[in-house]
Every structure is written in structure tokens, then in C-alpha cells.
Write a protein that binds this ligand. Structure first.
Ligand code: AMP
Length: 403
């Protein structure tokens, strides 16, 4: 079965084609036949398309006209030129879309119908940067052929098991009924790394108490018990929780009304400050990219050090706050750009939990440790670094739904 995964984001579109004929005995992710990515941020005149297949990598410039044409051009590289892997696009059996927001309606991978599209559209106010692009991705495939089946895999779905007391904000209950609640995000990643972790340590997932830390440009932490999400740091929007690249994470909500009253900021200015000018960027004044901030810190920049200190402190706070609901901890998992690559952040985060028996093996932590346990042998908690594979997770969910 040929499964195309389309991850249409606000500034880039990633896609890959898998051939899955069975998932029996498949532990490691399969290698895609073809991978494509469009980056619309390289400059203001064109987008950049990178394609990889048949052992060859090619790049193409795309006119900045529209998303649908860009996606069609990307997909056409599968049927012609050096990266050709199939004869016709209708040879694709199913397309799986990562959809950031499924609201209260969709808790699992779902075949896309007019009704599903209408719901994704209705949810645009909750995911203004993402849901409109997902719809464009879905329409691009429909334009190729209406008969290609499409499936939506929702980033919010994994968190549907969060109990009411963690999901509902303590504001007048009427707002919960109108849809204001903790939805949580990065669900595909949190679910995948928890499953992969259980495979690696060879324990049943439903016997484990796990905390997964997805630390990338966006950051979130999830508490997972018996394989189910029971709490997560992102909430109604992906702004809540941890400090991120340019997002503030949780702050006293009264700061917003103070901004309005004393600075006369309107909602767009506040949105810009909290989403684009805060986090590592806002404190360091240097960059939203952790690597750049760490380098500045090593060169003695005090603001950069402060940014990193706050970043680590916030992660520790959230991990600590999840422990009572879990009632213990069997494994701590790090994933995404920072979680997978920064030995420094992992070491600092774990240090404060030594008293709970969380013991990091510093040597293992510094070596290549993807998909490995980096705890010492006498640590009472396993510490794993897992490479998140959201596309593969989406492809598997599509395969399972179809078969
Ligand atoms: P992602 O959104 O998952 O691509 O993660 C992006 C973040 O990962 C950026 O803040 C990068 O600076 C960070 N990152 C990537 N590689 C490293 C590294 N070797 N050390 C520290 N941070 C890294």
C-alpha cells in the first residue's frame, strides 16, 4: 500500500511516500520511497523545494503564487524526473494529513469527508496558522483526483484522555461548554515516542508511568499513564506551558490586562509579543534558536545564560508538577530538535531530580544516544532519547485504519 503523508504547516510543507505492505514484525520505521519539502521562508520572492528519492537529492525554486500549486509541483516530482518513484499520482492508495486541531470532535484518525473538512474549517479560530493550510493540502489532493482516499490524523487526538480536572480551566463553566479547554498538541509525537520507548525497554506500555518532553521550536511535556495522556503542558493553544523559541509559555494572565491598560496594546500586539518576541528570543535578545543562545552563553553573554536558566527551570517545574498525577515515574523521554540533540539541556534538567533516583549517565548522554536509555544502571527511572517520527506514525495510523 502506498501511503503519502502530507504535513502542511504554516511556513513549510513536508511530505513523504511510504510503501507499507504489512506492519507485522516492523519495529523500526520504514524508509520513505520519496521525500519532499517546501520552505516558503527562504526569501520573499520564491519558495524552495527539496526532493529526495532514488538516492538523489534535487532542489527547485517555486514561484510564490499559491500553496496548492506548490504542493502539486512537489508531488509531480514523484512521477517525473530523477526522483520519479511511481507512474501516476493515482497510484497513491491513501494520503494522511497531519491536522493540528481536531477540537472536541475527532479523537482518532478519520477519513476526510465534506463534514470533516467543514469541521477543520470551523476550528480555524483555534488554529489560525495551521488549519487553513491543512485544508489547502486536502484540496490539492482532491484536485489531482477526487477518488484518492484521504485521512486526517489529529495532533490533539492523543490528549482526549486527559481527565476533566486537568482539562477544564477554572473560569466560568459556560466557556468550557463553548469549547475553551486544554486540548494539548504534539500528540502524534508524544504517542509515538512513548510507544517506541516501551519497545526499547521491552516493557508493556500499559504498565508504565512516563513523562515525554518534546523540546523543539515548540515545546511541550506530557504525562502518560497506561499508554494514555493524562496531562500535557500546552493547553487551549500551543502558547501555554513551557518557555519556547519565541513563545512565552505560561505567564500570569493578568499581565495581558496590564499590557492593555498601561501600554495600550491591542490584541495583535499582545499576540506578537507572546508568540513571536518572547521565549529564548525575548530574554536573550539574540535568537529563538537554542544553539545560537547556547553559543552566546558559552561566550559569556549574561542574557543568554538567563534565557537558558529560565528554559531549564520551566521544564523542571512542569515535570515536577506532573509527578503527583502519575504517582511515580518509570521513564523520562526526550525528543525533537533540542531533546534529541542537546546533551547539556538533558543533563541540567535531570540534575534536579537526582533526589528521586533519576540518574543520568553523563558519558552515555554525550555519545550518540538516539533511541537509547541514557540512565545509569542503578537509576530508578529510565531516561531515553527518542527520535520523533511523526510522519511514520501518521503512515502507520493510516495503514491501520485502512486495513
Ligand atoms: P525542531 O523544532 O524539532 O526542529 O527543533 C528546533 C530546535 O532544536 C532549535 O532551537 C535548535 O536550536 C535546536 N537544536 C537542534 N540541534 C541542536 C543541538 N545540537 N544542540 C542544541 N539545540 C539544538
Amino acid at each position: 500500500m502506498k501511503i503519502l503523508v502530507l504535513n502542511a504547516g504554516s511556513s513549510s510543507h513536508k511530505s513523504c511516500l511510504y510503501e507499507i505492505n504489512s506492519l507485522h514484525n516492523i519495529i523500526l520505521p520504514l524508509k520513505p520511497l520519496w521525500e519532499g519539502m517546501i520552505d516558503w521562508t527562504v526569501d520573499s520572492n520564491h519558495g524552495l523545494l527539496e526532493v529526495q528519492a532514488n538516492g538523489k537529492k534535487n532542489t527547485f525554486e517555486l514561484p510564490m503564487d499559491n500553496v496548492e500549486t506548490g504542493i502539486k509541483t512537489m508531488l509531480d516530482t514523484m512521477i517525473k524526473g530523477e526522483n520519479k518513484v511511481i507512474e501516476k499520482l493515482i497510484d497513491i492508495n491513501v494520503v494522511g494529513h497531519r491536522v493540528v486541531h481536531g477540537g472536541k470532535k475527532y479523537y482518532q484518525a478519520t477519513f476526510i469527508t465534506e463534514e470533516v473538512k467543514a469541521t477543520i474549517k470551523e476550528l480555524i479560530p483555534l488554529a489560525p496558522n495551521h488549519n487553513p493550510v491543512h485544508l489547502k493540502g486536502i484540496n490539492s489532493i482532491e484536485a489531482i483526483n477526487k477518488d484518492i482516499r484521504q485521512i486526517a490524523v489529529f495532533d490533539t487526538a492523543f490528549h482526549c484522555t486527559i481527565p476533566d480536572y486537568a482539562k477544564i480551566y477554572p473560569i466560568p463553566y459556560q466557556y468550557y461548554k463553548e469549547g475553551i479547554q486544554r486540548y494539548g498538541f504534539h500528540g502524534i509525537s508524544h504517542q509515538y515516542v512513548s510507544q517506541r520507548m516501551a519497545e526499547i525497554i521491552d516493557k508493556p506500555l500499559n504498565s508504565l508511568k512516563i513523562i515525554t518532553c518534546h523540546l523543539g521550536n515548540g515545546c511541550s511535556i506530557t504525562a502518560i499513564k497506561d499508554g494514555k495522556s493524562i496531562n500535557t503542558s500546552m493547553g487551549f493553544t500551543p502558547l501555554e506551558g513551557l518557555m519556547m523559541g519565541s513563545r512565552s509559555g505560561s505567564i500570569d494572565p493578568a499581565i495581558l490586562t496590564y499590557f492593555m491598560r498601561e501600554y495600550d496594546y491591542d490584541r495583535d500586539e499582545i499576540d506578537q509579543i507572546l508568540n513571536k518576541k518572547s521565549g529564548l528570543l525575548g530574554i536573550s535578545g539574540i535568537s529563538a534558536d537554542l544553539r545560537t543562545v547556547l553559543t552566546a552563553m558559552e561566550n559569556g553573554d549574561k542574557q543568554a545564560k538567563l534565557a537558558v536558566d529560565i528554559y531549564i527551570h520551566r521544564i523542571q517545574e512542569v515535570i515536577g508538577s506532573f509527578l503527583p498525577s502519575l504517582g511515580g515515574l518509570d521513564a523520562l523521554v526526550f525528543t525533537a530538535g533540542i531533546g534529541e540533540n542537546s546533551a547539556f539541556i538533558r543533563e541540567k534538567v535531570c540534575q534536579k531530580f537526582n533526589f528521586l533516583g533519576v540518574k543520568l549517565d553523563k558519558e552515555k548522554n554525550r555519545q550518540f544516544c538516539i533511541d537509547k536509555n541514557i540512565a545509569t544502571d542503578d537509576s530508578s527511572v529510565k531516561i531515553l532519547v527518542i527520535h520523533t517520527q511523526e510522519d511514520w506514525a501518521i503512515a502507520k495510523q493510516c495503514y491501520n485504519l485502512i486495513s
